[in-house]
Design a protein around this ligand. Sequence first.
Ligand code: BV8
Ligand code: ZN
Length: 256
Amino acid sequence: MVPLPRVAPGAEFPPLSVGRDDRVFVLTGAGISAESGVKTFRDAGGLWEEHRIEDVATPEAFARDPRTVWRFYSERRKQAESVQPNPAHLALARLERRIGDRLFLCTQNVDPLHERAGSRAVHHMHGELLRSRCDSCDRPAFEDERRHLEELPRCERCGGGLRPQVVWFGEVPLGMDRIYRALSACDLFVTVGSSGAVYPAAGFVSHLRHNPAPRGNFARCVYVGLERPENAHCFDECRLGKAGELLPALFEEGLP
Ligand code: BV8
Ligand code: ZN
């Protein structure tokens, strides 16, 4: 029986200690970018211009009405130009500088804020807003900050249609094998700012509940965010508060 999580304001918890051999898996969601001015999915009420997000962010929607989908992503590309990382992103970049490849930073976000904060190894499991790829040929995804509001963008190589390099509902997230390898090796799992509504990301913590780490221990699972997530019961602790306020002091100072 998994004990219920301790749910309390983040300030009531001591910093997380990270041992010199400990491996840390951090999963971030839209909540980490909220203080940078990027709308979360919930704040948008799951809506964008009277479309349900699940209806705009699907391959079927793109096949049916690529202009509306490109408008949705072009709006977000425009917003991405002016947003800056907040103290939460900067805290994770600092953690990477301290523990190097013992940190696996996996984000559900398609914004570039972790990179802008200085994080070097970021795994975008749902893709990246500022990249596009061809829907017809195997040309690799490429940097593309352009907004496509009128004519549909064409691939220079084959003339096929371009699409945003993001993972839509119904599509397989990127690098799942890498993710599960990092999950099964971690001693500490932290989710920051995710409502725990979208799978498989929301299921990572319960995967850890049922699969011990190599040294036989079970990873410690900590949630940091404004409100209890839907998968709160899988965590050991839920530290409530804003990511920008809690992350800078989340990991014990003077890590090895
Ligand atoms: C897949 C890219 C098979 C595009 C995204 C029925 C039941 C269960 C599952 C399903 C089902 N029917 C279908 C499914 C599967 C489906 C799914 O989960 N649907 C949901 C709607 C039920 N999932 C999929 O289709 C996935 N693919 O399953 O393939 C498979 C499975 C396993 C292995 C292999 C193959 C693909 C999903 C990816 C979709 N693409 N993004 C784009 O961005 O446009 S998802 C998108 O929504 C985000 O990337 C993110 O993942 C999700 C939003 O979630 P959050 O990040 O959590 O954001 P949210 O707004 O919800 O919450 C914000 C939180 O922050 C809140 O809790 C809030 O309190 C907190 N917060 C706010 N401010 C702050 C804060 N916290 C801290 N500080 C603050 N200041
Ligand atoms: Zn092409």
